[in-house]
Design a protein around this ligand. Structure first.
Ligand code: NDP
Length: 240
Protein backbone atom coordinates (compact mmCIF):
# COMPACT_ATOMS: atom_id res chain seq x y z
CA UNK A 1 0.00 0.00 0.00
CA UNK A 2 1.16 3.53 -0.78
CA UNK A 3 2.59 5.22 2.31
CA UNK A 4 1.51 8.75 3.24
CA UNK A 5 4.08 11.49 3.85
CA UNK A 6 3.48 14.98 5.21
CA UNK A 7 6.12 17.58 4.36
CA UNK A 8 5.88 20.93 6.14
CA UNK A 9 7.10 23.82 4.05
CA UNK A 10 6.70 21.30 1.26
CA UNK A 11 5.88 23.68 -1.58
CA UNK A 12 9.10 25.70 -1.89
CA UNK A 13 12.86 25.26 -1.59
CA UNK A 14 14.15 22.15 0.15
CA UNK A 15 10.62 21.04 1.09
CA UNK A 16 9.46 21.14 -2.53
CA UNK A 17 12.36 18.90 -3.54
CA UNK A 18 11.53 16.51 -0.67
CA UNK A 19 7.85 16.35 -1.68
CA UNK A 20 8.78 15.62 -5.29
CA UNK A 21 11.44 13.04 -4.43
CA UNK A 22 9.09 11.14 -2.12
CA UNK A 23 6.30 11.30 -4.69
CA UNK A 24 8.63 9.87 -7.33
CA UNK A 25 9.44 7.02 -4.92
CA UNK A 26 5.73 6.18 -4.66
CA UNK A 27 4.55 8.00 -1.53
CA UNK A 28 1.28 9.93 -1.29
CA UNK A 29 2.24 13.48 -0.31
CA UNK A 30 0.64 16.34 1.58
CA UNK A 31 2.75 19.48 1.21
CA UNK A 32 2.06 22.11 3.85
CA UNK A 33 2.65 25.84 3.37
CA UNK A 34 1.80 28.96 5.28
CA UNK A 35 1.10 31.98 3.13
CA UNK A 36 2.71 31.97 -0.30
CA UNK A 37 -0.40 30.78 -2.06
CA UNK A 38 0.85 31.67 -5.53
CA UNK A 39 3.96 29.50 -5.17
CA UNK A 40 1.93 26.68 -3.61
CA UNK A 41 -0.65 26.69 -6.40
CA UNK A 42 2.04 26.70 -9.07
CA UNK A 43 3.73 23.80 -7.27
CA UNK A 44 0.48 21.83 -7.15
CA UNK A 45 -0.20 22.46 -10.81
CA UNK A 46 3.30 21.46 -11.83
CA UNK A 47 3.59 18.33 -9.65
CA UNK A 48 0.05 17.13 -8.94
CA UNK A 49 0.95 17.05 -5.22
CA UNK A 50 -1.83 17.95 -2.73
CA UNK A 51 -1.22 21.19 -0.88
CA UNK A 52 -2.57 22.23 2.52
CA UNK A 53 -2.34 25.65 4.10
CA UNK A 54 -1.81 26.04 7.82
CA UNK A 55 0.61 27.64 10.25
CA UNK A 56 2.79 24.96 11.83
CA UNK A 57 3.53 27.21 14.80
CA UNK A 58 -0.17 26.94 15.76
CA UNK A 59 -0.86 23.79 17.81
CA UNK A 60 -4.58 23.69 17.07
CA UNK A 61 -4.08 24.36 13.35
CA UNK A 62 -1.70 21.37 13.21
CA UNK A 63 -4.27 19.17 14.92
CA UNK A 64 -7.00 20.17 12.48
CA UNK A 65 -4.72 20.04 9.45
CA UNK A 66 -3.43 16.56 10.27
CA UNK A 67 -6.99 15.37 10.79
CA UNK A 68 -7.88 16.64 7.32
CA UNK A 69 -4.83 15.05 5.66
CA UNK A 70 -5.59 11.72 7.37
CA UNK A 71 -9.17 11.89 6.17
CA UNK A 72 -8.12 12.66 2.59
CA UNK A 73 -4.99 10.52 2.16
CA UNK A 74 -5.00 7.98 5.02
CA UNK A 75 -2.92 7.51 8.19
CA UNK A 76 0.40 9.33 8.16
CA UNK A 77 3.49 7.12 7.90
CA UNK A 78 6.16 9.77 7.36
CA UNK A 79 6.42 13.25 8.81
CA UNK A 80 9.08 15.65 7.54
CA UNK A 81 9.33 18.74 9.74
CA UNK A 82 10.97 21.08 7.26
CA UNK A 83 9.15 24.44 7.58
CA UNK A 84 11.45 27.16 8.83
CA UNK A 85 12.16 30.86 8.78
CA UNK A 86 15.00 33.19 9.71
CA UNK A 87 14.80 36.60 11.34
CA UNK A 88 18.39 37.60 11.89
CA UNK A 89 20.02 40.17 14.15
CA UNK A 90 22.63 40.23 16.89
CA UNK A 91 21.03 39.40 20.23
CA UNK A 92 21.73 42.86 21.64
CA UNK A 93 19.50 44.27 18.91
CA UNK A 94 16.99 41.45 18.61
CA UNK A 95 13.33 42.16 19.31
CA UNK A 96 11.45 39.64 21.42
CA UNK A 97 9.16 38.94 18.45
CA UNK A 98 12.11 37.89 16.29
CA UNK A 99 13.07 35.38 18.97
CA UNK A 100 9.54 34.13 19.44
CA UNK A 101 8.68 33.83 15.73
CA UNK A 102 11.79 31.81 14.94
CA UNK A 103 11.47 29.49 17.94
CA UNK A 104 7.75 28.93 17.30
CA UNK A 105 8.09 28.30 13.57
CA UNK A 106 11.27 26.24 13.62
CA UNK A 107 11.12 24.35 16.93
CA UNK A 108 7.67 24.47 18.52
CA UNK A 109 6.27 23.42 15.13
CA UNK A 110 8.11 20.10 15.50
CA UNK A 111 6.34 19.47 18.80
CA UNK A 112 3.01 20.58 17.31
CA UNK A 113 3.31 18.22 14.36
CA UNK A 114 4.86 15.27 16.20
CA UNK A 115 2.29 15.48 18.98
CA UNK A 116 -0.56 14.89 16.54
CA UNK A 117 1.00 12.09 14.49
CA UNK A 118 2.80 10.15 17.19
CA UNK A 119 -0.17 8.42 18.83
CA UNK A 120 -1.52 6.90 15.60
CA UNK A 121 2.04 5.91 14.64
CA UNK A 122 2.50 4.20 18.02
CA UNK A 123 -0.81 2.39 17.61
CA UNK A 124 0.20 1.17 14.13
CA UNK A 125 3.77 0.43 15.24
CA UNK A 126 5.34 2.23 12.29
CA UNK A 127 6.55 5.73 11.63
CA UNK A 128 9.36 7.82 10.24
CA UNK A 129 9.93 11.33 11.55
CA UNK A 130 12.60 13.46 9.89
CA UNK A 131 13.38 16.88 11.31
CA UNK A 132 15.33 19.46 9.33
CA UNK A 133 17.89 21.10 11.59
CA UNK A 134 20.85 23.16 10.30
CA UNK A 135 24.62 23.52 10.35
CA UNK A 136 23.96 26.71 12.33
CA UNK A 137 22.32 24.69 15.09
CA UNK A 138 25.52 22.65 15.32
CA UNK A 139 28.13 25.41 15.20
CA UNK A 140 26.16 28.56 16.10
CA UNK A 141 26.05 31.55 13.75
CA UNK A 142 26.61 35.25 14.34
CA UNK A 143 23.26 37.07 14.13
CA UNK A 144 21.26 33.88 14.59
CA UNK A 145 20.89 33.18 18.31
CA UNK A 146 17.19 32.51 17.70
CA UNK A 147 17.71 30.25 14.68
CA UNK A 148 20.75 28.45 16.12
CA UNK A 149 18.85 27.77 19.36
CA UNK A 150 15.81 26.45 17.49
CA UNK A 151 17.88 24.21 15.24
CA UNK A 152 19.95 22.86 18.16
CA UNK A 153 16.68 22.29 20.00
CA UNK A 154 15.51 20.12 17.11
CA UNK A 155 18.50 17.83 17.67
CA UNK A 156 17.58 17.41 21.35
CA UNK A 157 13.92 16.77 20.52
CA UNK A 158 14.98 14.22 17.91
CA UNK A 159 17.17 12.27 20.34
CA UNK A 160 14.58 12.24 23.12
CA UNK A 161 11.64 11.31 20.88
CA UNK A 162 13.75 8.61 19.22
CA UNK A 163 14.22 6.96 22.64
CA UNK A 164 10.53 7.22 23.45
CA UNK A 165 9.49 5.80 20.07
CA UNK A 166 12.07 3.10 19.32
CA UNK A 167 10.11 0.22 20.79
CA UNK A 168 7.08 1.20 18.71
CA UNK A 169 8.71 0.89 15.29
CA UNK A 170 9.07 4.64 14.86
CA UNK A 171 12.40 6.19 13.94
CA UNK A 172 13.15 9.86 14.55
CA UNK A 173 16.15 11.46 12.87
CA UNK A 174 17.40 14.90 11.98
CA UNK A 175 19.25 16.25 8.98
CA UNK A 176 21.56 19.23 9.42
CA UNK A 177 22.07 20.77 6.00
CA UNK A 178 24.75 23.32 5.31
CA UNK A 179 24.06 26.16 2.88
CA UNK A 180 21.55 25.04 0.26
CA UNK A 181 20.61 27.11 -2.77
CA UNK A 182 17.04 28.21 -1.95
CA UNK A 183 15.26 31.55 -1.54
CA UNK A 184 16.24 31.53 2.16
CA UNK A 185 19.93 31.58 1.21
CA UNK A 186 19.43 33.87 -1.80
CA UNK A 187 18.35 36.53 0.76
CA UNK A 188 21.94 36.63 2.10
CA UNK A 189 23.93 39.59 0.68
CA UNK A 190 26.17 38.47 -2.20
CA UNK A 191 29.48 39.39 -0.54
CA UNK A 192 28.63 37.37 2.57
CA UNK A 193 27.40 34.46 0.45
CA UNK A 194 30.71 34.45 -1.44
CA UNK A 195 32.56 34.34 1.90
CA UNK A 196 30.37 31.43 3.00
CA UNK A 197 30.87 29.52 -0.25
CA UNK A 198 34.63 29.96 0.13
CA UNK A 199 34.34 28.08 3.46
CA UNK A 200 32.71 25.06 1.82
CA UNK A 201 35.43 22.54 0.82
CA UNK A 202 33.23 21.14 -1.96
CA UNK A 203 33.23 24.70 -3.35
CA UNK A 204 29.53 25.26 -3.94
CA UNK A 205 26.15 25.48 -2.24
CA UNK A 206 24.17 22.28 -1.81
CA UNK A 207 21.04 21.59 -3.82
CA UNK A 208 17.56 20.93 -2.41
CA UNK A 209 17.63 17.58 -4.24
CA UNK A 210 20.70 16.50 -2.26
CA UNK A 211 18.79 17.03 0.98
CA UNK A 212 15.74 15.27 -0.49
CA UNK A 213 17.82 12.17 -1.25
CA UNK A 214 18.87 11.95 2.40
CA UNK A 215 15.23 12.28 3.47
CA UNK A 216 14.28 9.50 1.08
CA UNK A 217 16.76 7.19 2.76
CA UNK A 218 15.60 8.03 6.29
CA UNK A 219 11.98 7.53 5.24
CA UNK A 220 12.65 4.07 3.85
CA UNK A 221 12.05 0.72 5.51
CA UNK A 222 15.79 0.07 5.01
CA UNK A 223 16.64 2.83 7.52
CA UNK A 224 14.88 0.99 10.34
CA UNK A 225 18.00 0.63 12.52
CA UNK A 226 18.86 4.33 12.36
CA UNK A 227 17.23 6.53 14.99
CA UNK A 228 18.16 9.53 17.10
CA UNK A 229 20.81 10.44 14.55
CA UNK A 230 21.67 13.75 12.94
CA UNK A 231 22.83 13.41 9.37
CA UNK A 232 25.27 16.18 8.48
CA UNK A 233 25.10 17.32 4.87
CA UNK A 234 27.21 20.42 4.35
CA UNK A 235 29.90 19.95 1.69
CA UNK A 236 32.51 19.44 4.40
CA UNK A 237 32.01 22.89 5.95
CA UNK A 238 31.75 21.70 9.56
CA UNK A 239 32.26 18.50 11.50
CA UNK A 240 30.96 17.85 14.99
P1 NDP B 1 12.27 28.46 2.08
O1 NDP B 1 12.20 29.81 2.70
O2 NDP B 1 12.68 28.33 0.66
O3 NDP B 1 10.86 27.70 2.26
C1 NDP B 1 10.26 27.65 3.51
C2 NDP B 1 8.99 26.84 3.45
O4 NDP B 1 8.46 26.76 4.79
C3 NDP B 1 7.90 27.48 2.61
O5 NDP B 1 7.15 26.47 1.97
C4 NDP B 1 7.02 28.20 3.64
O6 NDP B 1 5.68 28.37 3.26
C5 NDP B 1 7.11 27.21 4.80
N1 NDP B 1 6.77 27.84 6.08
C6 NDP B 1 7.42 28.84 6.70
N2 NDP B 1 6.82 29.14 7.86
C7 NDP B 1 5.74 28.32 7.96
C8 NDP B 1 4.70 28.16 8.91
N3 NDP B 1 4.64 28.91 10.02
N4 NDP B 1 3.74 27.23 8.68
C9 NDP B 1 3.78 26.46 7.56
N5 NDP B 1 4.75 26.55 6.64
C10 NDP B 1 5.71 27.48 6.83
O7 NDP B 1 13.23 27.62 3.03
P2 NDP B 1 14.34 26.51 2.69
O8 NDP B 1 13.80 25.55 1.71
O9 NDP B 1 15.62 27.19 2.43
O10 NDP B 1 14.51 25.81 4.13
C11 NDP B 1 13.75 24.67 4.50
C12 NDP B 1 14.23 24.20 5.86
O11 NDP B 1 15.59 23.86 5.81
C13 NDP B 1 14.09 25.25 6.96
O12 NDP B 1 13.73 24.65 8.17
C14 NDP B 1 15.47 25.82 7.05
O13 NDP B 1 15.71 26.39 8.31
C15 NDP B 1 16.30 24.58 6.81
N6 NDP B 1 17.64 24.84 6.35
C16 NDP B 1 17.85 25.56 5.20
C17 NDP B 1 19.13 25.77 4.75
C18 NDP B 1 19.41 26.52 3.50
O14 NDP B 1 20.59 26.76 3.26
N7 NDP B 1 18.43 26.87 2.69
C19 NDP B 1 20.29 25.28 5.51
C20 NDP B 1 19.95 24.53 6.69
C21 NDP B 1 18.67 24.33 7.07
P3 NDP B 1 5.25 29.61 2.27
O15 NDP B 1 5.72 29.18 0.91
O16 NDP B 1 3.78 29.68 2.38
O17 NDP B 1 5.97 30.82 2.77
Amino acid sequence: MQKVAVVTGGTRGIGAAISQRLKKAGYKIAAIYQGNHKAAEAFQKQTGISIYKWDVSDFKACQEGIKQVTKNLGEIDILVNNAGITSDGALHKMAYKQWEDVIQTNLTSCFNMCRHVIEPMRAREFGRIINISSINGQKGQFGQTNYSAAKAGIVGLTKALAQESAAKGITVNAIAPGYINTEMVQKIPETILTQITNQIPIGRLGTPEEVANAVLFLASDEAGFMTGATLTLNGGQYYL
